[in-house]
Write a protein that binds this ligand. Structure first.
Ligand code: ZN
Ligand code: ZN
Length: 283
């Protein structure tokens, strides 16, 4: 999309039925491997008989959501992104799944866990209502998934978001992300949390520091060599030693974990954005 189009103007461009029909026709054609489409082929698929009227609406979309190349019309990058968001988010009525029993126990009280999805909100909670994993997931995408798949996909999505945020970028708009760290009291111990905020779209995420271990290559491979897959481990399960992290430096912020897999140990220090600053295998 050209820089001169404001978000409000972009939404306005789509706020006409024939334009959504054109976008839908381009999606269908792309899925069928038929893009780019010629002017007449696109008009046929859209079902708008009046060529002048069709041309008017198509003209409004070209250079923003629709790309015109030598061979015809297709979705632009912005067009693809908006269509993907609409397909994933499409409201399918009241979408509800679960509660479904989930393996593991509450890290706070030891009670059994259950997962539930209600109209966009996915959560894993214990019987005492400790929310161990709370996230949003688009209903149009959730509708076709079993709870197991939904949990798997949303777990990976969270980790990918955090990985991008740790490198300083927002997974939604790719704007710069600012990160700060807090320590929260937790029953008889404490919990280290990173809070990330996108300075462009205002998106906000909070994640326990341990979540950042799940995509740190040194840590993942240490555990993988010992038969443990932490990269796909759900966020409500813990690695031995994860809860006992220590802030070893405030300025710059350094958070140290002494993790264990059986008899083997690894020391991992995260920096202020959740990236690995150093690792060591203690003697
Ligand atoms: Zn609990
Ligand atoms: Zn953003």
């Amino acid at each position: 999309m050209s820089e001169s189009v404001t978000p409000a103007a972009a939404f306005e461009l789509l706020a006409a039925e024939p334009r959504m029909d054109i976008m839908q026709a381009l999606v269908d054609a792309r899925r069928e491997g038929e893009t780019p489409l010629s002017f007449s082929a696109l008009r046929r698929r859209t079902g708008i008989d009046d060529s002048g009227r069709f041309n008017y609406h198509l003209g409004k979309l070209v250079d923003t959501f629709v790309e015109k190349g030598a061979d015809g019309y297709g979705l632009s990058y912005a067009g693809s992104a908006i269509v993907a968001a609409v397909i994933a988010g499409a409201y399918t009525g009241s979408e509800r799944k679960g509660p479904v029993d989930v393996e593991g126990a509450c890290e706070l009280c030891g009670a059994d866990l259950a997962a539930e999805y209600v109209d966009g909100d996915l959560s894993v909670r214990c019987e005492n209502d400790h929310g161990l994993f709370v996230t949003r997931f688009p209903p149009g995408a959730a509708a076709s998934m079993e709870m197991e798949t939904l949990l798997e996909v949303s777990t990976l999505r969270i980790y990918q978001r955090l990985e991008l945020a740790a490198t300083g970028r927002c997974a939604e708009c790719f704007g710069p992300v600012e990160t700060n760290q807090t320590t929260q009291p937790l029953e008889d111990s404490e919990m280290h949390v990173y809070r990330m905020e996108c300075t462009r779209c205002g998106g906000e995420w909070r994640a326990s520091a341990g979540s950042f271990l799940t995509f740190a290559p040194e840590v993942v491979s240490f555990f993988r060599r010992r038969g443990v897959d932490i990269h796909h481990a759900p966020p409500w399960t813990l690695i031995e030693g994860e809860r006992e992290a220590t802030v070893v430096s405030e300025e710059p912020y350094r958070l140290q974990f002494d993790l264990a897999a059986g008899d083997d140990r690894i020391r991992v220090v995260l920096d202020e954005t959740g990236q690995v600053a150093e690792t060591a295998i203690p003697d």
